[in-house]
Design a protein around this ligand. Structure first.
Ligand SMILES: [Zn+2]
Length: 162
């Protein structure tokens, strides 16, 4: 259940990169800082109707799961750890391996799909769920109220709050 990285299966990478996010140009190309990732992860958790813990560093991931993230992983969903199902699964993202916010949306959709449907693995059905999560997030009015403290290109391109 490791997300798109050089080591992942080519089909998995292809299916993740084929996921369509709804971020506008000018936002999608920006770096996904921590504020952004926490906010977007909360939107995906709402869309998937799951509760997770978010780890943005290998240290945080180890503290929550007792495991090390796969080397080179951009993202990972940990559902089982220490021989038991976690009460709250852990979604790990490595901000340094997410090229931009658009890529972060794809990885978030991929990982939250695993949390929502652990048995799907990397089947096409799983990526259909991931796309539905992206569509649900896009339809959420909160998803276009960009947080003020997250770097934005210029005030002119900012989408006003509801
Ligand atoms: Zn995966």
């Amino acid at each position: 259940m490791t997300a798109p990285v050089r080591r992942a299966h080519a089909v998995t990478i292809e299916r993740t990169e084929a996921l369509r996010h709804a971020l506008p140009a000018g936002i999608a190309e920006l770096a996904p800082d921590e504020t952004w990732l926490r906010w977007r992860a909360a939107l995906f958790a709402k869309a998937a109707d799951v509760r997770v813990r978010l780890a943005l560093t290998p240290l945080a991931y180890r503290a929550l799961t007792g495991l090390s993230p796969a080397p080179g992983a951009a993202g990972h969903a940990c559902i089982y750890a220490r021989g038991a199902r976690l009460r709250r699964p852990v979604v790990y993202l490595d901000p340094a391996r997410l090229a931009d916010r658009g890529a972060a949306e794809q990885v978030l959709a991929h990982e939250f799909m695993h949390v929502k449907c652990p048995s799907y693995g990397h089947k096409q059905a799983g990526f259909d769920v991931a796309q539905r999560l992206l569509d649900t997030v896009a339809a959420d009015p909160e998803s276009s109220t960009w947080p003020a403290d997250s770097a934005l290109p210029t005030p002119a391109t900012r989408v006003p709050a509801r």
